[in-house]
Write a protein that binds this ligand. Sequence first.
Ligand code: SF4
Length: 475
Amino acid sequence: MCGILGYCAEKWDSSLVKFFGLQGFNLQHRGQENFGCTFSNGKKFNHFKDKGLVSQVFTKERRDDFKALEPLIAIAQTRYATAGGTDAISAQPHWLTLLDGFYSNATNGDLPMLQKEIEDLEASGTILLSGNDGEVILKKVLLAAHKRNGGDLIAGLKYLMETTPGAYSGCLMTLTKLYLYRDPFGFRPLYYGRWRDAWVFGSETCAFHEPDATIEREVYPGEVIVFDTHGKKEHHQVVPPKPHRQKCIFEPIYFARPDSQVYENPAEVGSFRFQLGKRLAREHPVEDAIVIPVPDSGRFASVGYATELGLPLRELLIRNPYIPRTFQIAGQATREDLVRLKFTVMTSLLKRYRKFVVIDDSLVRSTTMKILIQMIREGAEKAGVDAKEVEVHIRLASPPIKGCCYYGIDTPVSKELAAASHSISQIARSIHATSLAYVSLEGLDEVASKFDDPKNFCHACFTAVYPTPFIPRTR
Ligand code: SF4
């Protein structure tokens, strides 16, 4: 999963660099492994990409280079690696210079047939530098535009959408034009709007949380919007949107920021999670318990759960926000060590209460929840309470996850998913929960129906029924 962002302006405004940086910070939650940027003043371009957070990559030196060019177009990506490594080559944007000009592209989403796309491109003589979706899309579009359509990028993007299953919301730029595009299913969100005199865009509406910024609308599934540095804007519905979109329902469940909007609905993601918590409480109430959120993923659902049942909500689990994901990748810690590093338990609460209902957004492998329950019981012992007296009920604000995602969320392969091969009671036993329950698929759809027609959401990770062809993942 990634975030894309940027702008296209008629004239340079030195405060664009600050706005652009803030957009990156606001979309940092969508990817922490790489940040990269391409920018052009209409005649010249520059670019950089590297490992690290926006604050680590968009250094003073690079900001000075950016300002010096006075760019009228800029695109950028915050990356969470799902295809390709975390090295700078696999990071986005990708770029290349052809005889007729300069092109750069960044995307959000995954191609479920990526390996076949790579083989087809290589068979046509195309050289790929990385195994990354963004590079495959850039080269496929350019090949179609130049071989068959006289360099017409709209035709190249139309060919992409007609022939490439998958999830891609993207931004493609030349020296003087910016193209925003979104696959016909609309798996991943993409918005555009205005900031002062510039057109701006971002994966979520939190990229527009700045004074003077307004949201225009989403890029529609199957649409390409072209902006140029003379203030012109064109809309091209290059292929019809699929009758039932496949907007990722995991965006509002877990991934998107709570202060972003849920696709075209003006309501915020936090409100979606709150409603899910209320629905969970109606389906699986636990009476006379203290409601405990798993920070930060279970927060809004916990408030909904506690509100619905009139139960007290307390912070028992404290999360250390300074443990980077890369710590785990580097193999310096086992998954269990990482959970113990990330969370601690407030023992004072354990002295006073015996019955807890712990709320999280989802259960993937179940490792985290197992360790948290263990830590709560260890904390109780430390507080002088017999751990056997402590009830830990687990409630999850999404249905059981039964299939991995081929569209850009980094869920593990099916064999590692707890609910793919175990019943709910088996999982409850294995994590030593007093009880375990999930919100139902019907319950999720009932909440989703307040935001959009539930048929327009992808549910493949809950049903293991996929809306596109895919090459099964083995790792
Ligand atoms: Fe989202 Fe799940 Fe569909 Fe992937 S499979 S796009 S995570 S709903």
